[in-house]
Design a protein around this ligand. Structure first.
Ligand SMILES: Nc1ncnc2c1ncn2[C@@H]1O[C@H](COP(=O)(O)OP(=O)(O)OP(=O)(O)O)[C@@H](O)[C@H]1O
Ligand SMILES: [Mg+2]
Length: 307
């Protein structure tokens, strides 16, 4: 992973500090399996630099951005780069103190405390991914205030209060303004450094396509990245909504072609059909037809050589 950071052009000074961080904080044997080895890499030098610097400074970070901007991929990449065990915690409407911190349970006729993920993460010096944090009710998250600010503690009523292991960090993610989400209140937001996640750039998208499909022809990767760029421009000028600007869909379409669909069929179900509005759908169809020869199939897109 550190070699990947070098390829991405991350400052050597930062990389040296990550190495120092890793060697000064060994991971306990029982937590080793939690240190992720990511299948996908996150591309975006500036975002890497912001996040690494914030985490090295002891801050927690909040990744904000539209769908499929790589928030979860990036969070996992960060745990891997820092070599920390990861706890993935999905937030939902009914998330409350007991799901996060822990709760009393009966075991062998005795009451004991069952540790929740935040508690376990804090003891192990892990990275806690607070996924879709704005799905939960702000009131239920008040229990995290002391954990996320300078106090760095967890206070469990009726039990002892513990301090977070110094290596512990929290990385929250959120989509802004989507159905089911809430405004994050100021008190909570103030405990994070907020990083706005951009839609991937054309050059980085080509790299991503070739990383995920090493046998994709480079010219096909360039065409698909250009198509994505055009959809993005239409979104930016508000001619269409962001429904069709779906990187997950584009990546899936490449897979579908590998499995036998023509490129047009694949783009239909992976991207175009996501616009349910007839007018918008036609605009997206036109974009695709202008840029892509829909009859293209596997043999046209891939080199055929197993790499
Ligand atoms: N900058 C990027 N670098 C690498 N991969 C990216 C980038 N942006 C998006 N992706 C890809 O997009 C896909 C979706 O990523 P991920 O699930 O992390 O998105 P997300 O932001 O969490 O989306 P959502 O808000 O819908 O949960 C992955 O396949 C990921 O590799
Ligand atoms: Mg996500």
């Amino acid at each position: 992973m550190l070699d990947f950071l070098r390829q991405e052009g991350i400052d050597e000074g930062l990389i040296a500090r990550i190495e120092e961080y890793r060697s000064s904080r060994p991971v306990a044997e029982e937590d080793r399996l939690r240190v992720p080895s990511p299948k996908f890499r996150y591309y975006g030098r500036e975002i890497w630099q912001l996040a690494i610097t914030a985490l090295l400074s002891g801050e927690n970070i909040l990744l904000v951005g539209p769908k499929a901007t790589g928030k979860n991929v990036f969070a996992e990449n960060l745990s891997a780069v820092f070599g920390r065990p990861e706890w993935d915690i999905s937030f939902y409407l009914n998330t409350d103190a007991s799901t996060l911190i822990g709760t009393d349970t009966f075991r062998n006729g005795e009451v004991s405390f069952r540790k929740g993920p935040i508690y376990a993460c804090a003891e192990a010096g892990g990275f806690g991914i607070l996924d879709e944090i704005n799905m939960a009710k702000n009131e239920s998250l008040a229990v995290l205030h002391a954990t996320l600010d300078f106090r760095r503690i967890i206070d469990v009523p009726g039990y002892s209060r513990i301090s977070l292991d110094p290596a512990t960090r929290f990385i929250a993610t959120m989509n802004y303004g989507y159905a089911g989400t809430r405004e994050l209140n100021e008190a909570l937001a103030s405990r994070f450094m907020v990083i706005n996640m951009p839609v991937i750039s054309g050059g980085d998208l080509e790299k991503l396509l070739l990383q995920q499909h090493p046998d994709l022809k480079p010219e096909a990767a360039a065409q698909l990245a250009a198509l994505f760029g055009e959809i993005r421009k239409k979104c930016e000028s508000s001619e269409i909504s962001t429904k069709a600007l779906d990187l997950r869909g584009l990546l899936a379409a490449v897979n579908l072609v590998k499995n036998g669909l023509s490129l047009r069929e694949a783009l239909n179900i992976a991207i175009i059909n996501k616009s349910f509005d007839e007018f918008e759908r036609t605009l997206v169809e036109d974009l695709v037809s202008a840029r892509i020869d829909g009859a293209l199939t596997k043999d046209d897109l891939f080199t055929g050589k197993a790499l």
